[in-house]
Write a protein of this length. Structure first.
Length: 195
């Protein structure tokens, strides 16, 4: 359902975030995030530099290369437009992400390594949707492979290992262990329905 109609208004600022996930030929995964900020009017930044309408204030990109366990193996950062000349100098700090896994606690671990003056506010913010995109890129294919392996074992008369709780369990309202969706999708992990 769309938002209700807005009041009469004028567009002033647009932030766009795009994230894409890729399977690499070497078996690893690349997840890229891109963030832009632009205004619809000419303005002067804090340094006095003038920006024209549609000229990017921020044009930032980050690529995480991940393995199947969602562990960061490599990081690349690009800062094609920034409000201050010294902003791009922080790019090497993002190598602190190498070895970190996108698991519970990811956001806190990122902020511990790159929060405040240790990083760029906008790149740190971008790592949230990049992490979600990584999960949405990799998890379904991993689950599909695990299911195929279980089916192959059953076809050969072997007992597959017990299924692990799905990562989405209790991650939001829809995936509550005591909700109807979990009862249907993963009954072995469901709790009694609450009235």
């Amino acid at each position: 359902m769309p938002l209700p109609p807005p009041a009469d208004r004028t567009l002033l600022h647009t932030r766009k975030i795009t994230c894409q996930g890729y399977r690499r030929a070497d078996g690893l995964w690349d997840v890229e995030g891109h963030l832009t900020d632009e205004r619809t009017y000419a303005h002067r930044g804090l340094t006095g530099a003038e920006k024209q309408p549609g000229e990017f204030i921020h044009d930032l990109s980050i690529r995480l290369t991940l393995d199947d366990s969602l562990t960061v193996r490599a990081v690349a950062v690009a800062a094609d437009a920034t409000p201050f000349p010294l902003c791009p100098a922080i790019a090497p700090a993002y190598q602190k992400l190498v070895g970190l896994a996108i698991v519970s606690g990811w956001t806190a671990a990122v902020k511990e390594r790159l929060g405040g003056v240790q990083g760029c506010t906008h790149l740190v913010e971008l790592l949230g949707p990049v992490a979600t995109t990584a999960f949405q890129t990799i998890a379904p294919l991993r689950q599909q492979a695990e299911q195929q392996q279980r089916e192959a074992m059953l076809a050969q008369g072997q007992e597959p290992p017990p299924r692990r709780p799905p990562p989405l369990l209790n991650s939001c309202h829809s995936f509550a262990a005591d909700g109807p969706l979990v009862q249907t999708l993963w009954p072995e992990f469901a709790k009694p329905l609450t009235p």
